[in-house]
Design a binder for this molecule. Structure first.
Ligand code: UDP
Length: 467
């Protein structure tokens, strides 16, 4: 297909089938659409169904410029449609056929609005190869931290130089990789591909070759961060533009709170906002571990008892698969004892929760979206990373930005109720955490406001799309 000229620009965006990747990609799409450029977001059918059924009304009234399309999942009837790992295996097999078919269909239906540009999540770098073949411009998008992107780009060298083995683990004689003195280092189990105790799936994540190829192939590279949050990492690859925090760009520009809550895979339980309204300012501990983290029932018992022991009001997101894929059970009598001061929901409107004045701090798994969302609200953190880039985000939070504390494991790899209570008390009693967090809030707000670094980068990109 020849390069497309004379058409109205039309962007096609492809996210990977994970909550923490779809949401920021959707924010990016909406920003582009707001500037009058047509955008089509493509998701696997299962993911699309989840988004639409969680927020049908909200998606239906989206701007005329923003539409969603689907490609088949490639799952068999025996496959678990909720398994990210499964979709990460099937889609790279089926999409090289189904995506060009979709693009051909869209182009056929809109002869004056053929797809002129494809934005792909860097983890699906092969999408950009398809884009090139179809004459579209190529843009790579990296939803996690800039540091995560940087370590992925260094991976081939780290392997070649014998620092990292074929499973993605540090060689025996090495305890940490550093890219610069200013960027927190990576220990074993802190890499973006790390899944402690699950080598099989770690190998699936470790296949980072795609990001590397995509980064080389893409004409533009965008990252969901802002320069001021990670200047040292951004300086390593000045060809990638930090354009985030994208959820903040959305609320800053549109003044529509609900937009930053779009793209959820689960229905939002808004009853917690009404519950928060009844609580005094800065009195509630918000506890949430994102969409993928799971824990043993024993660990969940300790968390429940730790929250109870803290004696403070808490809002806890307990997904229905949080207990290693099963419905969590609570210790005997727990629900009755905490009824007065505790609230449990299956999925919260997180951005609105974090904006609520009643929230005092965030007990988080440190997924990058949750990190950006809390940081941009000026909240102190208690860190409880589960896998992938989360332990590195924890280092930013605790060591670099100094806005939170780690909740440490004991010798049995359990975070005990006593440790949980102790850290809640510490983070709320030492004012430096809140003070530092408020400074970062300001930094993020400036970056996405007119004239700020992320604002300018996003405008540069959008202006380019118009040409
Ligand atoms: N989230 C939400 N409600 C919840 C829990 C999470 O809306 O109850 C959102 C959260 O705001 C974030 C995303 O889900 O945008 C999770 O992404 P993150 O990178 O934090 O973690 P992941 O799910 O990828 O582990």
């Amino acid at each position: 297909m020849a390069a497309i000229s004379g058409n109205k620009p039309h962007v096609l965006a492809v996210a990977i089938p994970a909550q923490g990747h779809v949401k920021p990609m959707m924010s990016l799409c909406r920003q582009i659409a707001k500037h009058g450029i047509k955008v089509t977001l493509v998701n696997a059918q299962t993911i699309h169904n989840k988004i639409v059924s969680s927020s049908a009304a909200e998606e239906a009234d989206s701007d005329g410029n923003f539409v969603m399309e689907t490609v088949p999942d490639g799952l068999t009837p025996d496959d678990d449609p909720n398994s990210l790992y499964k979709l990460l295996q099937t889609l790279p097999k089926t999409m090289p056929e189904t995506l060009p078919e979709l693009i051909e269909r869209i182009n056929g239906e809109n002869p004056n609005e053929k797809i002129s540009c494809v934005i792909a999540d860097l983890s699906f770098g092969w999408v950009l190869e398809i884009a090139e073949k179809m004459g579209a411009q190529t843009v790579g998008f990296s939803p996690p931290s800039f540091a995560t992107f940087a370590i992925l780009l260094h991976l081939p060298n780290l392997i070649q130089q014998g620092y990292i083995d074929a499973n993605g683990s540090l060689e025996n004689n090495i305890d940490m990789i550093r890219l610069s003195d200013e960027i927190p280092g990576w220990r074993n189990d802190e890499f973006p591909w790390s899944i402690p105790g699950d080598l099989k799936h770690q190998k699936l994540f470790f296949n980072c070759e795609q990001s590397y190829k995509a980064a080389n192939r893409a004409k533009w590279l965008l990252s969901n961060t802002c320069y001021e949050l990670e200047p040292a990492a951004c300086d390593l690859h000045p060809n990638m533009l930090p354009v985030g925090p994208l959820h903040l760009v959305e609320t800053a520009k549109t003044q529509e709170k609900s937009r930053s809550n779009s793209g959820n895979f689960y229905p939002l339980d808004t009853s917690c906002l009404i519950w928060l309204d009844t609580k005094p300012p800065a009195s509630v501990i918000y506890v949430s571990f994102g969409s993928l983290a799971v824990f043993s029932q024993q660990q969940l018992d300790e968390l429940a008892l730790g929250l109870e022991l803290s004696g403070r009001a808490f809002l806890w997101v307990v997904r229905r698969d949080l207990a290693n894929g099963l419905q969590a059970e609570f210790p005997d009598g727990f629900l009755e004892r905490v009824a007065r001061f505790g609230k449990i929901v299956e999925w919260a409107p997180q951005d609105e929760v974090l904006s609520h004045p009643a929230v005092a701090c965030f007990v988080s798994h440190c997924g990058w979206n949750s990190t950006l969302e809390g940081v941009s609200k000026g909240l102190p953190y208690l860190c409880w990373p589960y896998f992938a880039d989360q332990a590195h985000d924890e280092s930013y939070i605790c060591d670099k930005w100094e806005i939170g504390l780690r909740i440490d494991c004991d010798e049995n790899r359990i975070r005990s109720r006593y440790e949980i209570k102790k850290k809640i008390d510490m983070v709320l009693s030492e004012s430096r955490f809140k003070e530092n967090a408020l400074k970062l809030k300001e930094t993020c707000a400036k970056s996405v406001s007119e004239g700020g670094s992320s604002y300018k980068n996003l405008m540069t990109f959008i202006d380019h799309l118009r040409k």
